[in-house]
Design a protein around this ligand. Structure first.
Ligand SMILES: [Mg+2]
Length: 257
């Protein structure tokens, strides 16, 4: 089956920290030249898709604002659709706050007023914020942006949303009611609604077995693990999640087509 669309992860796949992965910019250009439909699907919820696209474009990637979906935009869409009039307490960063507000979600600082709690990476996370989130969760819906334990950074990995969501879940002794980023069904549906082709006509490329490859596998899409980020070839050999292809980096995606 011919690949019609390529879904690309960002951190660890196109970029590492603030640097493009070698060959990734050219790889995106070549996919474009072949007329493939491209979507960047990131579990980074801290920037709006437009900001994310601007940043990728500044680095040299041929990516526009309509080519990016993040766990933040998926979460904002979900909260606005499922809890349109609910008071929402956010444990998360400014970009996510902006996306929620832009969709008309009412954000509250008072945990006792909350009806929905959104938990996400927050680089100013403190014990007091954890306590507020715990109190806000009393009788409220619990929504999490994404499960990523870490984010690849130039030097060493840094904690992602996963540990913060887990801290809240542990304090409240309950799991999130919804987790919107990869590998959730919501993220797969967002891919299907935005790109050309179905099933194995769509190739998902990413550096994490448990999010990128798992999303593609569950959705019946073709999958490629890149070894430029978190997961390694050795990880792929022992994982329950099995990529169709394992390549060194995004620079090699074209060889799969
Ligand atoms: Mg990644």
């Amino acid at each position: 089956m011919t690949v019609r669309s390529v879904v690309l992860d960002a951190d660890g796949t196109l970029v590492r920290g603030d640097e493009p992965i070698p060959g990734a910019i050219e790889a995106v250009d070549r996919l474009r030249e072949r007329g493939l439909d491209l979507l960047v699907l990131s579990n980074n919820p801290t920037r709006t898709p437009a900001d994310y696209a601007d940043w990728l474009a500044e680095l040299g990637f041929a990516v526009g604002p309509d080519d990016v979906v993040t766990s933040g935009s998926l979460t904002a869409d979900y909260v606005a659709a499922e809890y349109p009039d609910a008071a929402t307490y956010l444990l998360g960063e400014a970009g996510l706050r902006e996306m929620l507000a832009a969709r008309g979600v009412t954000l509250v600082a008072d945990p006792d007023a909350a009806e929905v709690v959104v938990a996400s990476i927050d680089r100013e996370f403190t014990y007091d914020r954890l306590r507020e989130a715990l109190w806000a969760l009393d009788g409220s819906a619990f929504v999490a942006t994404d499960p990523d334990r870490t984010i690849p950074a130039p030097d060493r990995p840094v904690p992602g949303s996963g540990p913060i969501v887990a801290a809240v879940a542990e304090a409240a002794n309950r799991d999130p009611d919804a987790m919107l980023g990869k590998p959730a069904q919501t993220a797969a549906e967002a891919v299907e609604s935005r790109v050309a082709g179905r099933g194995r006509e769509v190739l998902v490329v990413g550096d994490r077995l448990d999010t990128d490859v798992a999303l593609g596998e569950r959705a019946g899409m073709a999958t490629a693990l890149v070894c430029s980020g978190v997961s390694t070839r050795a990880d792929a050999e022992v994982s329950d999640v099995t990529p169709d292809y394992v390549i060194d980096s995004a620079a090699d995606v074209e060889s799969l087509l």
